[in-house]
Design a protein around this ligand. Structure first.
Ligand SMILES: NC(=O)c1ccc[n+]([C@@H]2O[C@H](COP(=O)([O-])OP(=O)(O)OC[C@H]3O[C@@H](n4cnc5c(N)ncnc54)[C@H](OP(=O)(O)O)[C@@H]3O)[C@@H](O)[C@H]2O)c1
Length: 185
């Protein structure tokens, strides 16, 4: 399967000073706007599948998001998750755990007929998808807050990534979404 036909996009809410959370057990929707929650729901439901790390999944009480295939990155067993290796089909509203690399995961999801994936954090997951050059597009919701400290969007240095701004979408008087295309050449 060619990954070029697969839309893998990174989606995150950030504070104006670039943080995605105060700590790794922080539930994002405590500080993000209801407009961002609606935007995330719409984009990730359109994609059909989301991936998140086990810490982010824990902030949701280990409860899968409805109407989307939930892929959870973990090397441990997590209640109510199914090993992706053991299944022959994927159901929206269920959670599947894996440790496949981003390119292998995209191939696997393509085999199941999916054609998009919302990379939904946290920082460790954003890093792996960016490092493996699997992300085609980025949606950053900028909330009008400064944390000063906390979990950064990325937790390490990466090669410079060239982005093309496609759109600035105003979700409300206070909140914007920056929509970028990622250029790898
Ligand atoms: N603002 C936003 O849009 C947004 C979105 C999402 C998350 N967040 C925030 O991000 C923070 C959490 O981020 P985080 O980086 O600390 O944690 P995380 O990425 O959610 O989860 C990290 C965990 O995922 C598992 N994992 C990661 N890569 C893996 C791989 N390749 N294979 C198998 N397992 C893998 C490991 O768990 P195991 O120990 O289970 O193996 C690892 O400890 C929280 O504050 C959360 O609120 C913010």
């Amino acid at each position: 399967m060619s990954q070029s036909s697969f839309n893998c996009f990174l989606i995150a809410a950030i504070t104006t000073d670039g943080f995605i959370g105060r700590g790794d057990a922080d539930l994002s929707t405590r500080w993000t706007s209801k407009e961002d929650a609606a935007f995330y729901r719409q984009k990730s439901t359109e994609a059909g599948a989301v991936i998140m790390g086990s810490k982010t999944f824990a902030t949701l009480g280990n409860k899968p998001l409805p109407n989307r295939v939930n892929i959870i990155y973990s090397r441990s067993e997590i209640p109510r998750t199914i090993d992706l290796k053991s299944v022959s089909s994927l159901e929206p509203g269920r959670a599947y755990r894996t440790s496949l690399t981003p390119p292998k995961l995209i191939d696997r999801l393509s085999e199941f007929g999916l054609n998009a994936l919302a990379v939904s954090g946290g920082a460790s997951v954003y890093r792996q998808f960016l490092e493996s050059r699997a992300v085609n597009e980025i949606f950053l919701t900028v909330e009008p807050l400064f944390f000063g400290d906390g979990v950064k969007l990325l937790d390490c240095k990466i090669d410079t990534l060239n982005l093309k701004l496609l759109e600035i979408k105003k979700l409300s008087a206070q909140t914007i979404v920056l929509h970028y295309q990622v250029n790898y050449d």
